[in-house]
Design a protein. Structure first.
Length: 426
């Protein structure tokens, strides 16, 4: 049977199952002593935020003290999921004001990641923030700087990073057994009919729409710009590329021991007849100073990918090709070549969420800390900027600027002028 294409909803369900199966703490663990417990606040408790709450609440050393959402229905549901004792607040700043809260989980839409995350660091809270880390490269710089300055324990929500499969892929690529790798590829292929074209309307009862917009431009309420589908509008996110880049490109940066490309070019378009804005067909080519290219491909009109996989990652070496996805991988040796997989070399994670909780206690760095999360998220932002400019762009990873390109550099950030929201200085 051909593998089914991966939708975002399918991925969320699989991610939750993987996290629950792989964590080291369980709901029936003996209760932790008060001195060992970690008190969490949740900022954003929609689908992903509530999923994270259900994961974290299962650890015996976690207490959920507050839930925050602009949608009263989400907040009430999250409170019940947390056992009915958590405080419901509408303004995330009230979560940060609570001295008993040790750390926060930020699972808002992308345009709302940076402000609460930076303020949480300044308030002395450790932070788990969903991927992509931020809406833009400049916001990512600020978030990573705030985490470093205030010595916060951080983890970007990219839970596949903790999986055995991704550890093995990275180890195999790093070992050199595939020979010289000149090309890596990641892709997503699926068939869907778009998101439709509903008319503008009034926000649902119980929704603080002005707070939902926050730092984004003021727009009339539209159902497609709200829950879930916001990711397909430039005001709030970077489309399918920004949504999945952290999942798929992670083993490339990890395996190739690289941080950023030195050039990028992209072409794509939106075929769906709907009111979405981001491309549903996109090809991006990144060139790295280490001498290899990375090709990103996604399409929503055909579910045929590569190697019989609707989504995946591949490394093309002179001795063999490795291709895989979240839960499996395969090596196809070149003609006349034969090799063996290397022994494990990378330290394993106790689970993406458990890793963050343990690090809060030990003050260790997590494997998907915000510095790494910024580099990984930037891959998606660079591809979208290249798409918007329509030309090949040179990139300086050190300064994080496009040399001598004012137009492209203007897309590294967005001015936030919707009072009272500004991007905090770090």
């Amino acid at each position: 049977m051909r593998p089914r294409p991966t939708s975002r909803r399918t991925f969320l369900a699989a991610s939750t199952a993987l996290a629950l199966a792989g964590r080291s703490g369980r709901a029936d663990d003996p209760p932790a002593s008060p001195n060992d417990s970690i008190t969490l606040g949740f900022i954003g408790v929609g689908g992903m935020g509530t999923g994270l709450l259900n994961i974290f609440k299962g650890f015996g050393d976690v207490r959920v003290a507050a839930v925050c959402d602009v949608d009263e229905r989400h907040a009430r549901r999250a409170r019940e999921e947390a056992g009915g004792q958590a405080e419901i607040v509408k303004d995330f700043r009230r979560v940060l004001d609570r001295r008993d809260i040790d750390a926060v989980v930020v699972a808002t839409p992308d345009h709302w990641h940076a402000i609460p995350t930076i303020l949480a660091c300044q308030a002395g809270k450790d932070v788990y923030c969903e991927k992509p880390l931020t809406y833009s490269i400049e916001e990512g710089r600020r978030v990573a700087a705030a985490a470093a300055k205030h010595q916060r324990v951080t983890q970007m929500g990219n839970l596949i990073h903790a999986s055995e499969t991704y550890h093995r892929i990275a180890e195999i690529v790093q070992s050199g057994v595939l020979g010289t790798i000149r090309l890596a590829r990641v892709w997503m292929a699926r068939r869907d009919g778009g998101i439709g074209n509903p008319p503008d309307s009034t926000p649902p009862a119980g929704v603080d729409y002005a707070m939902w917009l926050g730092p984004a431009p003021e727009r009339p309420f539209n159902a497609n710009r709200f829950h879930f589908n916001w990711r397909y509008f430039w005001d709030y996110a970077g489309g399918q590329l920004a949504d999945f880049v952290c999942h798929l490109v992670d083993p490339v940066l990890w395996g190739m021991k690289t941080e950023a490309p030195v050039s990028v070019v992209a072409h794509g378009q939106r075929f769906a007849q709907d009111n979405g804005e981001t491309p549903d067909s996109l090809e991006v080519v990144y060139h790295f100073a280490e001498g290899f290219d990375l090709v990103w491909s996604h399409q929503n009109h055909n579910d045929t990918g590569f190697f019989g996989r609707p989504a995946g990652v591949a490394f093309y070496g002179t001795r063999g090709t490795l291709h895989g996805h979240y839960n499996d991988y395969k090596i196809e040796w070149a003609r006349g070549e034969e090799g063996q997989e290397p022994e494990p070399t990378l330290p394993r994670s106790p689970g993406h969420h458990r890793e963050w909780l343990d690090a809060i206690k030990t003050r260790a760095q997590c494997s998907c800390n915000f510095a790494y999360g910024h580099r990984l998220s930037s891959i998606g932002h660079l591809g979208n900027i290249a798409f918007k400019t329509g030309r090949r762009l040179a990139w300086d990873p050190t300064s994080e600027r496009f040399p001598d390109d004012d137009h492209a550099n203007a897309l590294l950030h967005r001015s936030i002028d919707r009072s009272p929201w500004t991007l905090p200085e770090t």
